[in-house]
Design a protein around this ligand. Structure first.
Ligand code: AMP
Length: 430
């Protein structure tokens, strides 16, 4: 606090991404877009605010996200509005509203990126506003489309150096017949334990007993471990579908383990669901997704299926910094030219050169501080500049400038006429 002016801080559970982190963020995003594009996936940008109803119906009344975590408020027109807690419902809404399904060329493949909001208890790797990056493939029921999303996620992780250290946990929640039978079995099993379990589980028992399997209360876990497993209830269609899915993953050499306890926190999933984890330590899921057979219809669209996944960028970012072999390269790859003018006249000349370099997409920065040469070099090193361009009175008089390669510490002299072309050659290895 300064005087009696209260220091303004960020809202609890939010955070700023800047400096090194924002550079990695961009690197992650660029790689993701490159891979999404290689699956012919197009960008979609949907609103941050939606009618609350969308998430209540889409994500599901029984999910923790809807019951406890949504940022919901009345706007000035008395409409109930919610800050999106995830992307799928909004994208499905857009798919329906814009009649994207009215094409022969399904599935429609979309990727997205942006902030989502959940009122969770903040802790390491868990925020109230965080960034998600993901895809939705809409309009096909083929299990191979499910596999395509998994392979996209895996190839992307490989491209950022995390392929070797992740594992996909995968399960099938089966079709409706499977889940109807499984729900009955769960109700039968939990009936005798329910009075000793938490209030949330009592609620889940009525609304959607599958959610009980996701309970995080320590005392409840002893009941959950012995609960019936979904794989004993698969319909023949679901069984065959899941087997085909796993076979394709084997063929594509995607590392996975089947985990029959995986149910996911959002209610719309059916058939294949998956989570992506760091294999050596539980740091929470890096990403998660799955197939949904009924969501499009439940939100007022045709009877079509979809599949999608979402990564949490903060978790990717922190694992990237800890473990990716590309981390150093990404941070140090800050190729820039540092322009060092000596004297007032040189500053103006430097400005002129900087402007020409920028026209050629060569990033550069100029020293405006009235400091000694040595201090300028120190700053160039801190900026990881690749080259320093030295402009003094002498250089201007002779129209010849010095370019110093800061890695090899070698120096060349170039005439004003050739300067931009020479830097371009060096910079882009022409
Ligand atoms: P979900 O939409 O719940 O399937 O989550 C997808 C991914 O978003 C997770 O695998 C996490 O990487 C990330 N995520 C979910 N909740 C949070 C949170 N509160 N803070 C940071 N990342 C999160």
């Amino acid at each position: 606090m300064k005087g009696n002016i209260m220091e303004i801080r960020n809202v609890k559970g939010t955070h700023d991404i800047f400096g090194e982190d924002s550079r990695i963020y961009e690197y992650i995003y660029d790689n993701f877009v490159a891979f999404a594009s290689s699956y012919n996936t197009k960008h979609i940008i949907v609103p941050v605010i939606e009618q609350s109803d969308l998430f209540q119906r889409g994500v599901g009344e029984a999910s923790d996200v809807v019951r406890k975590e949504m940022y919901t408020f009345l706007d000035k027109g008395n409409r109930s509005i919610t800050l999106r807690p995830e992307f799928t419902a909004g994208i499905v809404r857009s798919f329906i509203q814009n009649k994207m399904y009215a094409t022969m060329d399904l599935p429609i493949k979309l990727y997205y990126c942006g902030p989502v909001f959940r009122y969770e208890r903040p802790q390491a790797g868990r925020y109230r506003q965080f960034e998600q990056l993901g895809v939705e493939f809409l309009g096909s029921d083929s299990e191979m489309v499910d596999v395509e999303t998994i392979s996209l996620a895996y190839n992307f992780l490989k491209s950022i150096g995390l392929g070797e250290i992740v594992v996909f946990k995968i399960n099938s929640l089966g079709d409706e017949e499977t889940r109807d039978n499984y729900r009955l079995a769960l109700k039968e099993y939990f009936k005798e334990h329910l009075e000793n379990m938490c209030d949330d589980c009592k609620n889940r028992y009525e609304l959607n007993p599958l959610r009980i399997l996701d309970c995080k209360v320590e005392d409840d876990k002893k009941y959950i471990v012995n609960a019936p497993r979904i794989n004993d209830f698969y319909s023949s269609n679901s069984k065959i579908r899941f087997e085909k899915t796993l076979k394709a993953l084997d063929l594509l050499k995607i590392p996975y383990v089947v985990d029959n306890t995986l149910v996911r926190g959002l209610d719309y999933y059916s058939e294949t669901v998956y989570e992506i984890h760091f294999k050596d330590e539980d740091i929470g899921a890096l990403g998660a997704g799955g197939h949904y057979s009924n969501l499009i219809e439940e939100l007022g669209g045709p009877k079509l299926s979809g599949v999608g996944f979402s990564f949490g960028i903060e978790r990717l970012l922190s694992l990237f910094k800890d473990k990716s072999p590309y981390y150093k390269q990404v941070i140090e790859q800050e190729q820039i030219v540092y322009i060092m003018p000596i004297g007032e006249e040189s500053v103006l000349k430097g400005m002129e050169i900087a402007s020409k370099l920028r026209e050629e997409y060569i990033p550069c920065e100029m020293c405006f501080d009235n400091v000694k040469f040595g201090a300028m070099f120190k700053k160039a090193n801190r900026l990881h500049a690749s080259y320093a361009l030295i402009i003094g009175e002498e250089e201007i008089k002779n129209d010849t400038y010095k370019i110093k390669d800061l890695e090899s510490a070698t120096q060349i002299e170039v005439s004003g006429e050739q300067l931009i072309d020479k830097i371009k050659q060096l910079f882009f290895h022409l």
